[in-house]
Design a protein around this ligand. Structure first.
Ligand code: K1U
Ligand code: ZN
Length: 187
């Protein structure tokens, strides 16, 4: 298994709609394993294929131990009331914003064995399903922000994006027992 590079805002791959998966191959299963490893190393709760430079309609999710592989996912129903909550994105590090979304969604997708399933997510799980499926349609959470908040987010990003040459974010494996502090610089 490997930790993959994460593509950041500005890489065109994040804005391209994805292609449906025709067959769950051994190569695809390897990609799924790598995506889980990358998501855990980056301390995320979800990761979509475009974020690792891939065009497949595929994402992985782990919200508080509720683990899902989403192949060709679609939202088959959403119910209100809408809820507003803070979101982040592994492809837009350190930028956060409150997004209003339906409080509960039911998705239909295929798992890593090619078996179709339906799952209902509320609260953070429902939000994560929606955030990941948006990635598969080339959509990012900043698209939902008000013009003013989006402008503020983009101003912050303009200053930060220089840290990611080639629109690539390198993710490092967490070393056991190592502790990180905000703003610390790696030597
Ligand atoms: O797709 C991604 O960029 C992953 C993203 C998913 C997500 C975060 C927040 C709301 C909905 C979806 C992240 O995991 S960013 C990391 C993060 O913000 C977070 C981590 C743990 C708990 C809650 C949020
Ligand atoms: Zn994201």
């Amino acid at each position: 298994m490997s930790i993959l590079d994460i593509r950041v805002l500005g890489d065109p791959v994040l804005r391209k709609p994805t292609k449906r998966v025709a067959e769950v191959t051994a190569e695809l299963r390897g990609l799924i394993a790598d995506m889980f490893e990358t998501m855990y190393a980056a301390e995320g709760i979800g990761l979509a294929a475009p974020q690792v430079g891939r065009a497949e309609r595929l994402a992985v999710v782990d919200v508080e131990g509720q683990k899902f592989t989403l192949i060709n996912p679609q939202i088959i129903s959403s119910t209100g009331p809408d809820e507003k909550a803070e979101e982040g994105c592994l492809s837009i590090p350190d930028i956060y914003g409150a997004v209003e979304r339906p409080g509960a969604v039911t998705i239909r997708a295929m798992d890593e064995n090619g078996v179709e399933y339906e799952a209902t997510g509320t609260e953070l799980l429902g939000r994560c399903f929606q955030h990941e499926i948006d990635h598969l349609d080339g959509k990012l959470f900043i698209d939902y922000l008000s013009p003013l908040k989006r402008k503020a987010a983009m101003t912050k990003w303009e200053k930060a994006k220089g840290d990611f040459p080639g629109f690539v974010r390198k993710v490092r494996a967490e070393v056991k027992g190592e502790h990180h502090h905000a703003n610390e610089t790696e030597m």
